[in-house]
Design a protein around this ligand. Structure first.
Ligand code: AMP
Length: 219
């Protein structure tokens, strides 16, 4: 493996970025850096950052570029990110993508995977998604009765994320189309884009991502 393997995982909300990043983190021994997870943890802990962004997250809007860029910069300076990272939910705007290039310098991004899933399907996945408040395990609304609303992995409460409610889903998908889709052309023009069909089983998606990584001699 080269000295640093920085992979950007792009895709609409609900495309399976978090699920795939967890798998890839263990396959490639890289940290999973999810700006959404960092921001949600800050909201839950009630830190000054959390109080600043809580209403933005709830509405499904984007927090400011400066704020997330600083968060990612700090996170990528941590020792575990020296050999690279899996970036999930960042960059999300052109300004963030340009800032990331500046941050990583010559080492740069090795590959950007776009997880392609039709809008109708992600809307369905997001509306039925339920998550454990403690460990982040993902369930579907149809599982809730069987598990009595309690996470099978850690015993935490399984809830619906505020931003998985219909109006917030609409906002988030609109923001994706407007602010994040232009990143596909950005990475394509640098020869760094690999599109993967995200509408298949999680195992098949992981295999397709690994194939794209190996095809470029990255691991
Ligand atoms: P996610 O879990 O990636 O869907 O992120 C949840 C929420 O966190 C988003 O709806 C935004 O409010 C915020 N967020 C996460 N990543 C970013 C980012 N790169 N830029 C701006 N806002 C972000």
């Amino acid at each position: 493996m080269p000295a640093r393997l920085n992979l950007v995982i792009l895709g609409k909300q609900g495309a399976g970025k978090g699920t795939q990043c967890k798998r890839l983190a263990s396959i490639y021994a890289l940290p999973h850096v999810s700006t959404g997870d960092i921001l949600r943890a800050a909201v839950k802990a009630g830190t000054p950052l959390g109080r600043e962004v809580a209403s933005v997250l709830e509405a499904g809007a984007l927090v400011s570029d400066d704020l997330v860029i600083k968060l990612v910069e700090e996170r990528l300076e941590e020792p575990d990110a020296r050999k690279g990272a899996l970036l999930d939910g960042f960059p999300r705007t052109l300004a963030q993508a340009e800032a990331l290039e500046r941050l990583l310098g010559g080492d740069g991004i090795k590959l950007c995977i776009d997880l392609e899933v039709p809008t109708g399907l992600v809307t369905e996945r997001l509306s039925s998604r339920r998550v454990c408040q403690e460990c982040g395990a993902i369930y579907r609304d149809s599982d809730i009765e069987a598990i009595s609303g309690t996470c099978e992995k850690c015993g935490g409460d399984v809830i619906q994320r505020a931003d998985d409610r219909p109006e917030a889903i609409r906002q988030r998908l609109e923001a994706y189309e407007r602010d994040t889709e232009p990143l596909l052309a950005f990475y394509e023009s640098r020869g760094l884009l690999a599109s993967v069909n995200g509408d298949q089983s999680p195992d098949d998606v992981t295999d397709a991502i690994q194939a794209a990584v190996s095809a470029r001699g990255l691991a």
